[in-house]
Design a binder for this molecule. Structure first.
Ligand SMILES: [Zn+2]
Length: 145
């Protein structure tokens, strides 16, 4: 058996070029169709993100923010909402809250993923994010024991 039987790629490539040339000659609105298809996809994705965030917030808190309170960031593929001053962010499947540094009040820190109301309670009541330089200094180790 000769393992060097070559598939005539050259002929196929030429055929492909010929097909392309034909397609270019057609008066088709392929650009507009492509852009419209993309825009539809973005609209669907935006609506899905809004719905998923609203549903996750409803399950977690029992409340749903008004639709106009939902902000979708298609570039970041995330959705956010502020409820009673708390910024919720849905990224992928992770619903988190975003808070500033507990010391200087700047920056944006993301909590652990909130799976249940207990996670949310911890994030609201206990979690205190700090910039590295803002972390409280630990008291010196007690070496008396
Ligand atoms: Zn800080």
């Amino acid at each position: 058996m000769n393992s060097h039987v070559v598939v005539p790629l050259a002929d196929q490539a030429i055929l492909g070029v010929g097909n392309l040339a034909l397609a270019e000659g057609e008066p088709s609105g392929w650009r507009a169709k492509s852009v419209a298809a993309y825009a539809d996809t973005v609209d669907v994705a935006r609506s899905q993100l809004e719905r998923r965030l609203a549903e996750r917030l409803r399950l977690l808190t029992g409340y749903v923010p008004p639709r106009e309170g939902l902000v979708v960031d298609m570039a970041g593929r995330s959705a956010s909402a502020v409820m009673d001053g708390v910024l919720f962010l849905l990224r992928g499947d992770d619903l988190v809250i975003v808070r500033p540094c507990a010391h200087c009040g700047t920056g944006r820190f993301v909590s652990e993923s909130l799976e249940c109301v207990t996670d949310l309670g911890y994030a609201l009541a206990v979690w205190e994010p700090f910039h590295r330089d803002c972390e409280p200094v630990d008291p010196p180790d007690d070496e008396s024991w």
